[in-house]
Design a protein around this ligand. Structure first.
Ligand SMILES: [Zn+2]
Length: 302
């Protein structure tokens, strides 16, 4: 559909858009569109910068409201994040060289850094002051914003887990990252994927009502990520289609239409990996891990 709002895809500038959902969690008048050219999903209109600042100053409180975490205590939050962080480290360990300098942006309490700091020297950016103070246990430097990192600091790897989709201007952001990277440096991001099966296979409205939220400006696609990274001079080295949530979680969504899982489904299907592997093979996953180098064209694919 060629829209009549003079809108264009904020990633590839195509005007060929479709509306994906007519509402967004907690944000009145915001809608979700999808580009038919690069397949990225995006919110329109997006939060004003002042609203956004206020939102992040109180982020723990916000996640509590969504029932994602039931605490604002950083120790408890940290413990809850450890399971995901350990899995992530197992998956990505090889991309972090011994004694490398690592920057994690949006580290929260530092659950990933706790793993990574056993091998590398870590620095973090984290806007929430309580979480940032907690992350000092696993990092040699902590900054509130990317802009606070002193000139001349360089890193071998910059990583962001479920943070890149929060960034208002991904082009400007990547250009800043590029300046902070060593010549052979890489960037690793993990983001929600527009081909999440609860959207792309089950087309579940109750899930859409929960899933689309004002702080996720974009829901990236494979093509959209390529477009943004290549525009800023990066070269893709790896792309991984990763399914985080299993059959038990999807059945619970289909049955109850809300998050939180289901004890019976967990008992029956909690340890079954076959479903996730099938989705990964079809590239219908809830998550994409994208790895790109600043310089280097040794594309290995997957
Ligand atoms: Zn596009």
């Amino acid at each position: 559909m060629n829209n009549n709002l003079n809108m264009e895809c904020p990633i590839c500038k195509s005007a060929n858009l479709d509306q994906m959902h007519d509402r967004v969690w907690s944000a009145r008048d915001t809608k979700v569109f999808r580009c038919n050219h690069c397949f990225t999903g995006f919110l329109y209109p997006i939060m004003k910068e002042a609203e956004e600042k206020k939102f992040y100053a109180d982020y723990n409180e916000h996640t509590k409201k969504r029932g994602v975490t039931l605490t604002t205590d950083p120790l408890e939050l940290h413990k809850k994040s450890m399971k995901d962080a350990s899995k992530r480290w197992e998956q990505l360990d090889n991309f972090f060289m011994q004694d490398g300098r690592i920057l994690e942006i949006g580290s929260s309490t530092g659950a990933f850094l706790e793993q990574c700091s056993q091998k590398c020297e870590c620095v973090c950016v984290e806007p929430d002051s309580i979480n940032r103070a907690f992350a000092s246990r696993f990092s040699v430097g902590q900054y509130e914003y990317l802009e606070n990192i002193p000139d001349g600091e360089k890193f071998d790897v910059i990583c962001l887990f479920h943070v890149f989709e929060h960034i208002r201007d991904p082009f400007d952001f990547l250009s800043k990252c590029s300046r902070l990277l060593n010549e052979d440096g890489s960037i690793i991001i993990e983001v929600p994927h527009i081909e999440d099966p609860l959207l792309s296979v089950y087309d579940l409205d109750s899930y859409k009502d929960f899933y689309f939220q004002p702080m996720h400006h974009y829901i990236y696609s494979e093509n959209g990520l390529r477009y943004v990274f290549e525009s800023e001079g990066f070269y893709e080295t790896h792309i991984v289609f990763h399914q985080r949530y299993g059959l038990d979680n999807h059945l619970a969504w289909l049955k109850k239409g809300k998050p939180g899982g289901d004890v019976k489904f967990k008992e029956l299907f909690g340890n079954s990996n076959e479903y996730c592997r099938a989705l990964e093979k079809a590239k219908k996953t809830d998550t994409i891990i994208y790895i790109a180098k600043k310089n280097g064209k040794n594309y290995e694919g997957q």
